[in-house]
Design a protein around this ligand. Structure first.
Ligand code: BG6
Length: 490
């Protein structure tokens, strides 16, 4: 169905995210007839651009994202631009005037989305001005979409949140975690709660451990400035990795409402055992990439990248063990790992089931492999179930078999981009796949304990993994000491 009439105001409209994700996503919704004809976009940024320059920028971004020709001109004609100084009230009054005009012209019913896609230091300032300069004073809905990073640690996130709350209520704040827009991340709860085969087994009696990997081949690229202050822990673990863990660990919600789903995730995070002091070294591993070869290409180490300190203590890899202290999960480790310049771009979840009580087939040559449920998040999207079956032949021998389901294969087309789903949800007023402040604050508190140790104790072995590998040795040892290993499953 269609979204309601909306005005979308994008701050940071000349930036990379807008170009690569937002414009193409809106266009896809438009193409599919999911976007109301009554929509308009105001782009703003420091640069002086005309409406026409902006429209042709939008046009180009859609073309380079592989969009069809059809209707792009028509689509782009809904885009307007106004140069803007985020600290200057006059500048907001100009935006308000344009917004009011477009509201009339496109019959937008006063519905407004403010999308902050720019340097986080201005998030608070912009939100305050939106209120004091009257932009949020509208008869329709008002919503704020905010990109990460949401703070740098718990205190700064809290300060930012308090600031936003002067202008927007919690229900009006849509904090983006783009992993929550991924088709297979959304599928986690369906796999769990719609299958009699899994739901009864989803606990510490039948599951031995869960492994969540999100590996990247790209290095830090041109984001050295940002990444030096962030590192993999804040960049990936605080948000995406912990969110996936929460979806795997949470109790079944009583229904699928925004409130129930988010509160169950929040409860799961409340049971996450804090890792502090000496425990940090035992349960978490940090890494930084050195030089190495990927696809025959020699690549520099992290410390040689642009805008990176040659003696940098920033981690580009994290592996860790999460423990949820509750009845369902007591004793079951959730291992996570993520890093840059690893051997493949791959996000997946492996659920390893416990061994069955005895192996009847032991006298035959094969040992039984444990059952695995693999959820492929990207680039493949699907599910693989690893089972044991009888090998064809005279003997009673076992052999591992795989049941495979591919999301893309079934529906015969690419699943929508995360941003497409999230923009659509926001226009519909559905915040389920955005993070609630309770989740954000709990996950920062968890992370802060770890960074407190890492920041005071310099890593003396950096770089400790070569580009093109799966991380430092200590990451393998983290599982080995519990009697497990990272499943190299495909
Ligand atoms: C972003 C991080 O949140 O996620 C990036 O800031 C990272 O450093 C990206 O590359 C990974 O997202 P995806 O969708 O490519 O897995």
């Amino acid at each position: 169905s269609e979204t309601p009439a909306s005005l979308i105001m994008i701050f940071g409209a000349t930036g990379d995210l807008a170009k690569r994700k937002l414009f193409p996503s809106l266009y896809n919704l438009y193409q599919k007839g999911k976007l109301s004809e009554n929509f308009a976009v105001i782009g703003t940024a420091r640069r002086e651009w005309s409406h026409e320059t902006f429209q042709s920028h939008v046009y180009d971004s859609i073309k380079s994202a592989g969009g069809e020709n059809e209707g792009i001109d028509q689509f782009a004609s809904h885009f307007y631009y106004q140069a803007h100084d985020v600290t200057d009230s006059d500048s907001y009054l100009g935006l308000k005037k344009l917004a009011d005009q477009l509201d009339k012209k496109y019959e937008l019913e006063g519905n407004r989305i403010f999308y902050l896609s720019m340097a986080p230091e201005f998030f608070g300032t912009i939100a305050s001005h939106l209120k004091t300069d009257g932009l949020t004073d509208t008869k329709g809905y008002k919503r704020l979409i905010i990109e990460k990073p949401f703070g740098h640690n718990y205190p700064s996130a809290k300060e930012l949140n308090d600031q936003l709350r002067h202008s927007f209520s919690e229900e009006e704040i849509y904090r983006i975690d783009h992993y929550l827009g991924k088709a297979m991340v959304q599928n986690i709860q369906v796999i769990r709660f719609a299958n009699a085969l899994f739901e009864p087994l989803w606990n510490n009696r039948y599951i031995s451990n869960i492994q969540i990997t999100s590996s990247e081949v790209l290095g830090v690229e041109e984001r050295g400035g940002y990444y030096e202050k962030s590192g993999a822990l804040r960049d990936m673990v605080q948000n995406h990795m912990i969110q996936m863990a929460a979806l795997l660990a949470m109790e079944p919600p009583i229904n699928l409402s925004t409130e129930e789903v988010r509160s169950e995730k929040g409860r799961a995070l409340k049971s996450l055992r804090p890792v502090e002091g000496d425990e940090v070294e035992k349960n978490f591993v940090r890494g930084q990439y050195g030089k190495g070869t990927i696809d025959g290409k020699e690549l520099p180490g992290y410390r040689e990248e642009a805008n990176v300190d040659p003696a940098s203590n920033t981690e580009t890899f994290v592996a860790g063990k999460l423990l949820f202290d509750n009845f369902r999960w007591a004793g079951v480790p959730f291992y996570i790992r993520t890093g840059k310049r690893m051997s493949s771009k791959d996000t997946k979840i492996v659920v390893q089931f416990k061994d069955i009580p005895m192996n009847l087939y032991y006298k035959a040559k094969n040992e039984l492999a444990p059952n695995l449920l693999v959820i492929h998040i990207q680039p493949d999207e699907g599910i693989t179930l690893h089972l044991n079956a009888k090998r064809i032949g005279q003997e009673m021998e076992t052999t591992p078999v795989k049941l495979n389901f591919s999301n893309k294969g079934l529906h015969g087309m690419n699943t929508p981009e995360a941003y497409e789903k999230l923009m659509y949800d926001c226009m519909k007023g559905d915040a389920t796949n955005f993070t609630h402040w309770d989740e954000v604050s709990l996950s920062w508190k968890f992370i802060d304990n770890i960074s407190a140790v890492w920041e005071t104790k310099k890593a003396d072995d950096y770089p400790n993994y070569a580009s093109g590998t799966m991380g430092p040795k200590a990451s393998d040892e983290l599982l080995e000491k519990d009697g497990f290993f990272w499943w190299p499953v495909t």
